[in-house]
Design a protein around this ligand. Structure first.
Ligand SMILES: NC(=O)c1ccc[n+]([C@@H]2O[C@H](COP(=O)([O-])OP(=O)(O)OC[C@H]3O[C@@H](n4cnc5c(N)ncnc54)[C@H](OP(=O)(O)O)[C@@H]3O)[C@@H](O)[C@H]2O)c1
Length: 225
C-alpha cells in the first residue's frame, strides 16, 4: 500500500481523499488542514499531494525536503520565486508539478507539439478556452501551456505568434480548443472536462508514479508512454 498525505482540505483535497478511498493500491495517510501538524502527516506517508494555496507553499516544500518525500503539487498561481524553489527542491526529491493534472490535457499537449513541429510556421495557431465565471485569470494557465508547447515546437519563445481567446460562462469546468489553419486546410484539437474529479484522478496517478522515480522535476506529460 502506498500511503498518500494530502495538503489542503478544500475542494480538491476532499476530492483526492474520495479517489483514494476507492483505490486498491493507495490509501490516505491524512489531510493537512489549518492548525494541523504537517510534519507528523508527511512523516507517516510515502508521498504528499499538495492542493492547498500559494501561501502554504514554503511550509509544504520545507517539510517534504526535511523528510525527503516525493511531492505532487497542483497549486496554481505560484510566484516566480515559489516556482524557482520548487525547481530547486526537485534536485533532491522526485516532484510532479502541473497546473493541469488531467491526463487528457497531457495527451493534447503532446499532440499539438508534434503537429506544430510537422506543419511549420505557415499554419496560424489559435487557442480558445471556456471556463466558469469564477475563474479570474485569462487566458487559462492550460491555454498558455499549450501555446508554449506550440511555440517551442516552432522554435519561437514564450507563446510566440499563437493567438488566444477566452470566454467565461456559467459553471463550465474547462474547455480548450487548438486550431491550426493554412489557407488550404485546418486541424482542430479539442478537450473538454465534464467533472473536476478528473484533476484528482490525475494527481493520484501522479502520486503512484512519482514514488518510484529518481529526484527530478516532472510534468504530467512524463507519465505518458
Ligand atoms: N493542477 C490542477 O489540475 C488543478 C485543478 C483544480 C485546482 N487547482 C488548484 O489547486 C488549489 C486548490 O484548489 P481548491 O479548489 O481545492 O481550493 P480551495 O477549496 O480553496 O482549497 C484550498 C485549501 O487549502 C487550505 N490552505 C491554504 N493555506 C493553508 C495553510 N497555510 N495551512 C493549511 N491549509 C491551508 C485552505 O484552507 P482555508 O479554507 O482555511 O483557507 C483550503 O482548505 C488552487 O491553487 C487551484 O487553483 C489545480
Amino acid at each position: 500500500m502506498i500511503r498518500v498525505a494530502i495538503a489542503g482540505a478544500g475542494r480538491m483535497g476532499q476530492s483526492i481523499a474520495s479517489v483514494l478511498d476507492n483505490h486498491g493500491q493507495l490509501e490516505c495517510a491524512g489531510i493537512w488542514g489549518r492548525g494541523d501538524d504537517l510534519d507528523a502527516i508527511v512523516a507517516d506517508a510515502h508521498v504528499l499531494i499538495d492542493f492547498s494555496l500559494p501561501e502554504a507553499n514554503d511550509e509544504v516544500i520545507g517539510t517534504v525536503l526535511r523528510h525527503r518525500k516525493p511531492l505532487v503539487c497542483g497549486v496554481s498561481g505560484l510566484s516566480g520565486t515559489q516556482m524557482a524553489k520548487i525547481e530547486e527542491a526537485a534536485a533532491s526529491i522526485p516532484l510532479v508539478y502541473d497546473r493541469n493534472m488531467s491526463l487528457g490535457i497531457a495527451v493534447l499537449e503532446r499532440a499539438v507539439r508534434e503537429a506544430a513541429a510537422s506543419l511549420g510556421a505557415d499554419f496560424e495557431v489559435r487557442i480558445s478556452e471556456v471556463h466558469h465565471v469564477h475563474k479570474k485569470d485569462a487566458p487559462s494557465g492550460t491555454a498558455l501551456n499549450l501555446g508554449e508547447a506550440v511555440a517551442a515546437a516552432r522554435g519561437e519563445t514564450g507563446t510566440g505568434s499563437v493567438e488566444f481567446t477566452s470566454e467565461r460562462r456559467g459553471e463550465v469546468p474547462g474547455d480548450h480548443e487548438v486550431v491550426m489553419a493554412s489557407p488550404a486546410e485546418r486541424l482542430t484539437f479539442a478537450h473538454s472536462v465534464t467533472t473536476r474529479e478528473v484533476f484528482a484522478d490525475g494527481a493520484v496517478r501522479a502520486a503512484a508514479w512519482v514514488v518510484s522515480q529518481p529526484p527530478g522535476f516532472y510534468r504530467m506529460r512524463d507519465l505518458l508512454f
